[in-house]
Ligand binder design. Structure first.
Ligand SMILES: [Mg+2]
Length: 308
């Protein structure tokens, strides 16, 4: 499997997981017909294969990264999604999260992307959109992993500046980059391994994130594992679904059937599984069934160009 296949998988995996979960968002587990593929409906009454804010924000982030590292530009593109429907599957921003909205309102007032993000909200909004950072900068894993962590942290803080969100983004970005660079899954997830040990040794990592990184997802099962929109629970659910999955579809189907914030747990799990199994590991009919696939292709081409 090639580097490009894994990079493309990290973005297509996000979009497919988002679209897969959109039909059962906000539903309690066990109260809906189990999801096995794209389905119309959900709280926003989408068509089968349509995706939500997770993918819209990822496309905005990807578009920005192709021009270089600039949190102000990232925030500006999120605002154009919020206010003008840019990067939306249907031309309208129909599902912006509360923490994201408060950060973007602050940004429109101050123009200061580095200090706009909420320090209180602990939603999953900055990890659901994250894979473009790892796609663009996975090469930093080879000798500047700490720098990649800082970039993920900064990308989170544009809207989500709470320690749980920033460190959640650090963890996910490094896991994704390790997978993209072709490291074995067990080595990537090993809390004593080269990726996670330095993160765990960071004195600022919140205890809740550290507990997940150390492997809570290997011990717990539902109902302890929940697909809520809290960044710690989302990260835990995604790792629970991904860590032993035999293929992409098993991981994503497992997590979206937790319900609740199913599109975002699908998006986070889809990033991990897509980075590991590659675009070629995602069922072909799911990729071809994605709505507005050309919007994804359009941001991928410059994102995959040699990094600066
Ligand atoms: Mg969503």
């Amino acid at each position: 499997m090639s580097l490009i296949d894994r990079k493309r998988g990290a973005l297509y995996g996000l979009a497919v997981g988002d679209a897969m979960g959109a039909c059962v968002e906000f539903r309690s587990p066990g109260t809906f017909e189990p999801v096995t593929g794209f389905r119309a409906g959900g709280p926003f009454n989408l068509k089968a294969g349509e995706w939500t804010d997770d993918t819209s924000m990822a496309l905005a982030l990807a578009d920005s990264l192709a021009t270089g590292w600039n949190p102000h530009d990232q925030a500006t593109r999120y605002v154009s999604w919020w206010k003008e429907g840019a990067y939306s599957v249907n031309g309208t921003c129909f599902d912006i999260g509360g923490t994201t909205l408060s950060g973007l309102i602050a940004f429109t007032k101050t123009g200061d992307a580095g200090n706009s993000g909420s320090r209180i909200g602990q939603g999953n909004g900055s990890i659901m959109r994250l894979s473009p950072v790892s796609i663009r900068y996975s090469h930093l894993m080879r000798d500047q992993a700490a720098r990649l962590g800082e970039l993920a942290d900064e990308s989170s803080a544009v809207t989500h500046a709470a320690p749980e969100c920033r460190h959640g983004a650090r963890v996910l970005a490094l896991l994704l980059a390790g997978l993209i660079e072709g490291m074995p899954r067990e080595a990537v997830l090993d809390p004593s391994g080269p990726i996670l040990k330095p993160l765990l040794n960071d004195g600022e990592i919140p205890a809740s994130i550290a507990r997940v990184v150390r492997g809570s997802y290997r011990e717990n099962q539902p109902p302890e594992i929940r697909g809520t929109g809290h960044v710690v629970k989302t990260l835990e659910a995604a790792l629970w679904a991904f860590h032993d999955a035999p293929d992409y579809s098993t991981a994503v189907i497992k997590v979206v059937n937790l319900g609740e914030d199913s599109d975002s747990t699908g998006a986070v799990t889809g990033q991990l599984a897509g980075a590991f199994f590659g675009e070629s590991g995602i069922p072909r009919e799911w990729i071809s069934g994605l709505a507005r696939k050309e919007m994804i292709e359009k941001v991928l081409t410059p994102l995959l160009a040699p990094a600066d």
